[in-house]
Structure formats: structure tokens, C-alpha cells
Design a protein around this ligand. Structure first.
Ligand SMILES: Cc1cc2nc3c(=O)[nH]c(=O)nc-3n(C[C@H](O)[C@H](O)[C@H](O)COP(=O)(O)OP(=O)(O)OC[C@H]3O[C@@H](n4cnc5c(N)ncnc54)[C@H](O)[C@@H]3O)c2cc1C
Length: 372
């Protein structure tokens, strides 16, 4: 059997790709080393933020807006709530690159945002204290996604659409044979006209030449009462401090507020398992100084988890075909901000498998930018 598309790594981007490609009538095989959703990759821990006024750069906004429409459509199809528009508060020192990108994105794309001073933030959310010289942009349409649930439903619907699924089966090598893409696994070899490599932070085991560094990150849940809940209109947040450190978090659920630090982390070795939460002394305390300064009513750390980022050198995505293999698409380098894009990444992979081309919207994410 020759597949139209084989997907090596069916986590976030790969699960969505399996759904869109099988919906388009393609003969698809999804492969994963584990059974997604799972805790070994980058998509666990219940929730992921989705923001459209984008601090990481205005070039992402077209993809974000398409993603939003696809999330809404997929909620209808799957019959499940995945997108929770609880609002997101972005804040940082006035003039920081992150805040400037948010303003530019909001202006150019007429996004629904409000600019607030530190004082206005505290009037609206007495739980949040920002230094006086900070500016804030509140985006009420932004919010969070139910990440593991989304993956579960992409996989379920892909299966119902006739997609082949080979889970708990690592891909050990990829290559070419007789003009086809060849994928080697413990269970045998598979052949496809097109191949998507979306294997997350361990992508270099299959493609050692890619400029992607796996980084270990943690997030933790902290004691927080009803004032911090979505019911009380407490928002998601993304806050940069004066020293450049960046923190994000979510409205509390069941008296636990999830927060994490976006910068920093520890480089991971490809052939060793990721150390669990708590194996590094500062895992439970890296948000303390931030919480004390900005959310001083939040209590102690209850528990946490470790997770992986696949960092590209400029922290921008890599969405491109391999230079010598135009039938192989890689989606990687999502650098800790990719989940919200999963549906549009899945749609791009489907477009690639049907048309043999990538849309213009992904030009900023080419591999060429690293070679000049
Ligand atoms: C702590 C943390 C917080 C984050 N917060 C946000 C956020 O708020 N908003 C946001 O948008 N993004 C966020 N992200 C980033 C986002 O979750 C990731 O960018 C996204 O999930 C990555 O998708 P992926 O498909 O590349 O990887 P994954 O979802 O990890 O999928 C990769 C899959 O490949 C499989 N695989 C690996 N190797 C092989 C192999 N050899 N053979 C077969 N299968 C293989 C894995 O088992 C896995 O299922 C966060 C990430 C972390 C870790």
C-alpha cells in the first residue's frame, strides 16, 4: 500500500494534519512513538494560551486568524468546547519588543484590544499589580485551549474518516526509495507520496541537520482562590518583567492557578529521558519572584510537570520542505508557542499533500533564513 501522506509524529501539529488530510479524502497513515495525547511531548498539562495580538511578531497574525476560524469550526464538528475566550492580559515595560509587536499586530489587523496603564489594570483586576512604568494590552477575544482534548478529538475523527493509525511505534529512520518517501519503524517499512515530519522536540533523531534545540521547561499549579477564577473574569496573562524574563498563566480552576516561565529552561539530550518535575531544585520556585511582584495573593506551589520546547535559533517556526526532498515537509521549531497554531499547521500539511506546495503565508518560516 502506498499512502498519500505519512505523518511521523502525531502530537499537536501531526494530529491536526491527520484530521485535515483524511477529511480531504487522502489515504493517510499517522504514526507516533506514544499514544497521543500523552505527557512525553509538548502538549500535556490541560491548557494552552491563544492570543492574536502577537508579541512574537506580526507575521504570525494571518496564521492566527485562520487558526481561530478553524478552532471554532472544529468545536462544532467535534461537538466539544475547546476554545475558551477568557481574555488575555499582556504586559511589560513600555517599549519592549514584545509589547511593540503586540501593538503593531493589533493596529495592522484591527484586533479587538484595549491599552491600559498599570493603574487601570489594578482597578479592573485588584489581584494584579504591575510596576508603574509597565503598559498593558488586554485582548478580550484571546483565551485558552483545551489541548489534550483537542488532540483526542482530532485522532478520533481522523480514525472515523479512515485514517491509518500506528501508535506506540517510534519511527527509526526516514528516507527515499523508488521516488517515494520511506518510513522505517519497529513494525516495518511504510511508503508514501508525501511525508510530514512533526515529531516535536526530538526531531533531530530523524533529521540531525535541523537547527532545533530541545529544552526542558516546567509549569506549576499554585494555590489560588475564587478571585482568580474565570467566573470572576480573571484573565489569562503573558507578562514580561524588566529583566526580560517572561511568565504566562491561566485563570484558576479548582483553586489551582497554572503558571510558567517562558524563557530559560535546560537543554535536553536526545537520547536521555526528560527529567520529571522536581528533579531540579528550582522547578517549584522559578515563578515565586514574579508571583510575589505581580500576583501577590497567589499561594504555594501544589504540583508541576515538565514539558519540552523545540527551539529554533530565532524562536520562529520552521515550516518548510527539505532542500533536497521536496516531498518531505517539516513542521518544527515551534519554540514553545505553537499549540494555538495546530489547526492551521494541519491545514497547511493537507494543502501540501494535495497540491504539492506550501502557501505564501509560511514564507517567513523557511529553512533558507538560516543559510542566508
Ligand atoms: C510548558 C509549555 C507551555 C506551553 N504553552 C503554550 C501556550 O500557552 N500556547 C501555545 O500556543 N503553545 C504553548 N506551548 C507550545 C506548544 O505546546 C508546542 O509548540 C506544541 O504542542 C508542539 O507541537 P508538536 O506537534 O511539534 O509536538 P508534540 O505535540 O509533542 O508532538 C510530537 C509527537 O511526535 C512524537 N514523536 C517524537 N519522536 C517520534 C518518533 N521518532 N517516531 C514517532 N513519533 C515520534 C511524540 O510522541 C509526540 O506525540 C507550550 C509548551 C510547553 C512545553
Amino acid at each position: 500500500m502506498i499512502y498519500d501522506l505519512i505523518i511521523a509524529g502525531s502530537g499537536s501539529a501531526g494530529a491536526a494534519a491527520g484530521y485535515y488530510a483524511s477529511r480531504a479524502g487522502l489515504n493517510v497513515l499517522m504514526i507516533d512513538a506514544h499514544h497521543p495525547p500523552h505527557k512525553q511531548g509538548a502538549h500535556h498539562g490541560t491548557s494552552r494560551l491563544i492570543r492574536y495580538a502577537y508579541g512574537e511578531g506580526e507575521k504570525y497574525v494571518p496564521l492566527l486568524l485562520r487558526s481561530k476560524a478553524l478552532w471554532q469550526e472544529f468545536e462544532q464538528t467535534a461537538g466539544v468546547k475547546l476554545l475558551h475566550p477568557c481574555g488575555v492580559l499582556n504586559a511589560g515595560p513600555r517599549g519592549s519588543g514584545f509589547m511593540e509587536n503586540i501593538r503593531t499586530s493589533a493596529q495592522r489587523w484591527s484586533l479587538n484590544t484595549e491599552t491600559l496603564t498599570a493603574k487601570q489594570v489594578q482597578q479592573r483586576w485588584p489581584e494584579i499589580t504591575l510596576p508603574e512604568h509597565f503598559c498593558a494590552v488586554y485582548e478580550q477575544d484571546a483565551g485558552y485551549l483545551s489541548a489534550e482534548s483537542a488532540i483526542e478529538h482530532w485522532i478520533r475523527l481522523a480514525r472515523e474518516q479512515g485514517c491509518g493509525q500506528l501508535f506506540n511505534c517510534p519511527v527509526t529512520a526516514i528516507g527515499r526509495q523508488d521516488g517515494l518517501q520511506k518510513v522505517t519503524t519497529a513494525e516495518g517499512e511504510y511508503f508514501g507520496r508525501k511525508l510530514l515530519v512533526s515529531s516535536g522536540s526530538t526531531v533531530q533523531t530523524l533529521l540531525p541537520g535541523l537547527p532545533v534545540t530541545p529544552i526542558r521547561k516546567v509549569f506549576s499549579w499554585f494555590q489560588a482562590d475564587g478571585r482568580y477564577s474565570e467566573n470572576n473574569h480573571f484573565p489569562g496573562f503573558s507578562i514580561e518583567l524588566d529583566d526580560g524574563s517572561q511568565y504566562y498563566g491561566f485563570p484558576a480552576q479548582d483553586n489551582a492557578l497554572k503558571a510558567g516561565r517562558h524563557d530559560g529552561g535546560q537543554p535536553l539530550s536526545l537520547n536521555q529521558p526528560r527529567p520529571p518535575f522536581g528533579s531540579i531544585a528550582r522547578d517549584g520556585s522559578e515563578c515565586f519572584a514574579f508571583l510575589r511582584q505581580c500576583l501577590s495573593g497567589v499561594g504555594g506551589c501544589l504540583y508541576g510537570e515538565s514539558c519540552s520546547y523545540d527551539m529554533s535559533p530565532d524562536e520562529d517556526f520552521i515550516i518548510d520542505t527539505l532542500p533536497d526532498t521536496p516531498d518531505c515537509l517539516v513542521i518544527t521549531g515551534l519554540s514553545g508557542h505553537g499549540f494555538k497554531f495546530s489547526p492551521v499547521l494541519g491545514e497547511i500539511a493537507c494543502h501540501f499533500a494535495t497540491q504539492g506546495q506550501l502557501p505564501d503565508s509560511v514564507k517567513p518560516f523557511s529553512l533558507q533564513r538560516f543559510t542566508g
